[in-house]
Design a protein around this ligand. Structure first.
Ligand code: NAD
Length: 720
């Protein structure tokens, strides 16, 4: 044995091959924490000191190769400032360069995921062999940084600048076959043949059939690109990537600049350029928030995993209502492999639901993600019905009929009478209290909320709502079913609107007030889109549907009269109510704040509409100019404050879950990290001051809670 540590061991075989194995103690995966990097440094010294070695194989004893650096260390490490970050990178470059320079051929055997730092370890060796099912990639730009351990230097020299830009700027996980095609790996074999393939490479290198020194020269010298090729590769890519990433995500463009600046340089200088750019990005707020987002996502998944462990599996489900949501739920369940009954009271509704599902499956076939046989098979997972005939064997029911408490109560009572004792009933209601819907049920412990977002196949969040009498088994089964459907469930407690809609409606309230004071709604949309929302509030209302918004707004007003009763239109009508009166319901009837035309793909395209502009002007009580900053504050403060209230009221369990729910449910700008991280970034005291200033004019929707005031005084934050 040459080395034995907590994460790495190195053995020497009879034929003088050293085998370096990553196998991090007490973990299911390998990651490159600072402790592991310290071990690797010792390992390299040990390898350099060992005489007579003929080759090195780097591999893993786990299911993955290495998933990357240890992201839980990032915030702490980045806090130390630019110089420290650069020093850390320089040290790792030294270790990886030493591997690259060992006086014998080296190969990495990639058995599973090789991401980020894991991919960069593999790039440091002369050759790479990869198991068929493994994946490789550099996802750093998704965290607001760039590959900082040599990825921006070695990958373009290995697979060409254009391919490397695609991998790095896109942050993709790449399949073995694609990696082979591009030249990122040398051989792809079935997993069980990996070790033999790695040894074979070393034998061929020793025999001179493979020129490992030429490979090193290629990886350590300047990039071989003429000035015209360079211009084409870099400038075109910058334009394309900037368009795709948008102005809020600087990392992909910075990565291209790093590759470009380092192109004419040899390894050392190119790595210094990479390190400098990395350190700068690591200190941005975007990076801080995206790293926070990753950590929050881990926490949310861990919590869901705990529920899942206690859950009874859902082998057969059912959905009541084949409308927009019911159809989407049926598709999602079927596409992920849980058979589902889809019941409606109208034959034509079922036809519509099935047609939608077919369309979504066909798109998957078009994109090459499914074969026609797979599509046919998955479609049979949806069993349409007009009766309760087969409901006796259903494990979980999702009620998705019209948003009317009386209808829902009647339907839930009806279905409870036909399912088994242990069947879990859930409701996809957007706003109605789960405790209320449970009041006529015989087995309220088996009932909870399962709130999907529209469109179901695209939106990741499912709110799982615990009513007063909901039992743990119901929550666990619902969480497990949501996970089986490929969704991210977050468990919340009951109240009107639950977490996400309770937070969204004050945002709409802020919008109504702005418009009624004379703000131009199209400008409000533009400002909020520039802020980072996928669509501005007027556009979002058109998508939600004006009638739905009014209806839900009434439920919210009834639930929180002290704040939400006068949400826009004090005493009179809000602009949203007026839209309904004028039959401008939004996208569903092609006119709302905007008018909608079909584009070439048959999708609604919004256009400005003079009639809507005139209508909105009519509700304005004054004509006032608002700065961008005022618009943002008046929209964001009520949303953030309601999130704070949900946390204080125990509707949601943690700041992390609240923020993730807003990002996954309503597209809160991810680079801002969520409502509570947004308050933290502004500073709780500054936020409270801003809110108090607005509350004087705009009322209780803008008034900070006592606890938040205390937090401001004590200098506390939501995230430590
Ligand atoms: P929808 O009007 O498109 O569909 C409702 C369907 O229920 C119709 O097909 C109707 O025929 C059927 N139905 C009515 N009574 C029934 C009964 N007794 N048994 C079986 N089917 C019955 O409505 P939707 O937009 O799909 O909304 C359904 C539920 O999902 C509502 O509670 C809504 O609040 C909620 N929701 C909607 C959205 C959204 O954006 N549309 C988002 C989240 C949640």
């Amino acid at each position: 044995m040459i080395y034995q540590g907590k994460a790495i061991s190195v053995a020497r075989s009879g034929d003088d091959i050293a085998t370096l194995t990553f196998d991090l103690k007490d973990e299911s995966i390998n990651k490159l924490s600072s402790a592991v990097i310290a071990e690797l440094e010792e390992v390299v010294e040990a390898l350099q000191a060992e005489s007579g070695l003929a080759g090195l194989v780097i591999g893993s004893a786990k299911d993955v190769f290495i998933v990357g650096a240890d992201i839980t260390e990032f915030h702490g490490m980045f806090e130390q400032g630019e110089d420290q970050i650069e020093a850390m990178l320089e040290r790792v470059h030294g270790i990886f360069n030493a591997i690259e320079d060992l006086p014998f051929p080296t190969v990495t055997a990639i058995n599973g995921l090789a991401l980020g730092g894991g991919c960069e370890v593999a790039l440091a060796t002369d050759f790479r062999v990869m198991a068929e099912g493994a994946k490789i990639g550099l996802p750093e730009t998704k965290l607001g940084i760039l590959p900082g351990w040599g990825g921006c230097v070695r990958l373009p020299r290995l697979i060409g600048a254009d391919n490397a830009i695609e991998w790095i700027a896109g942050g993709s996980e790449n399949k073995a076959a694609d990696a082979l095609k591009m030249g990122a790996v040398d051989v792809v074999v079935p997993g069980e043949e990996l070790e033999a393939a790695a040894l074979d490479i070393l034998v061929r290198a020793k025999a001179g059939d493979l020129d490992y020194l030429a490979r090193r020269e290629e990886k350590t010298g300047p990039l071989k690109l003429g000035p015209i090729e360079q211009m084409m590769a870099f400038e075109t890519a910058k334009g394309y990537v900037a368009g795709k990433a948008g102005p809020h995500y600087p990392a992909p463009i910075e990565a291209i600049k790093v590759i470009q600046k380092g192109a004419g340089e040899a390894r050392g200088r190119a790595q210094a350029i990479e390190a400098k750019a990395f350190a700068k990005l690591a200190l941005t707020e975007v990076c801080y928030n995206l790293v926070g987002l990753f950590l929050n996502d881990q926490l949310v998944k861990k919590k869901a995993g705990k529920y899942e462990k206690q859950a009874q599996a859902v082998k057969q489900s059912a959905v009541l209502g084949a409308g927009i949501m019911g159809g989407g739920i049926a598709y999602q369940s079927a596409s992920k492999g849980t058979p589902i009954l889809m019941k409606d009271i109208k034959g034509e509704a079922i036809e519509l639901g099935l047609r939608e599902a077919r369309k979504l499956f066909a798109k998957q076939v078009e994109r090459g993600k499914l074969t026609t046989e797979q599509m046919a098979e998955r479609l049979t997972n949806i069993r349409p019905t007009l009766s309760y005939g087969d409901f006796g064997s259903v494990d979980l029911v999702v009620e998705a009929v019209v948003e009317n408490p009386k209808v829902k109560e009647a339907v839930l009572t009806e279905v409870e009478g036909v399912v088994g004792e242990g069947t879990i009933l859930t409701s996809n209601t957007s706003t109605i209290s789960i405790t209320r819907l449970a009041r006529n049920l015989e087995r309220p412990e088996n009932f909870c909320g399962m709130h999907f977002f529209n469109p179901v196949h695209r939106m990741p969040l499912v709110e799982v709502i615990r009513g007063e009498k909901t039992g743990d088994a119901a929550v666990a089964a619902t969480v497990a079913y949501a996970r089986a459907m490929g969704k991210t469930p977050i468990v919340v407690n009951d109240c009107p609107g639950f977490l996400v809609n309770r937070v969204l409606f004050p945002y709409f309230g802020g919008f109504s007030q702005l418009v009624e004071q004379g703000a131009d709604f199209q400008r409000v949309d533009k400002v909020m889109e520039k802020f980072g929302w996928p669509m501005g509030p007027a556009y979002l209302l058109d998508v939600v549907g004006m009638d739905t918004a009014v209806h839900a707004g009434e439920v919210m007003a009834e639930g929180f009269p002290e704040r939400m009763a006068s949400m826009g239109g004090e005493g009179g009508k809000s602009v949203i109510q007026l839209m309904v009166e004028k039959e401008r319901l939004g996208q569903k009837n092609d006119k709302g704040f905007y008018a909608y035309e079909e584009d070439r793909k048959g999708k609604p395209r919004k256009v400005s509409d003079e009639a809507a502009i005139a209508l909105v002007k009519g509700v304005a009580k004054e004509s006032r100019e608002f700065s961008d900053e005022e618009i943002i504050a008046r929209m964001m403060v009520p949303l953030c404050l309601e999130t704070v209230r949900c946390l204080e009221d125990g509707i949601v369990g943690s700041a992390a879950e609240a923020d993730m729910a807003l990002i996954y449910g309503i597209g809160f700008p991810p680079f801002r990290g969520g409502a509570l991280r947004y308050i933290d970034a502004m500073g709780v005291a500054a936020f409270v001051e801003r809110a108090e200033g607005l509350a004087e004019e705009l009322g209780p929707l803008y008034a900070p809670t006592d606890r938040l005031r205390q937090m401001a005084q004590a200098g506390e934050r939501f995230y430590s």
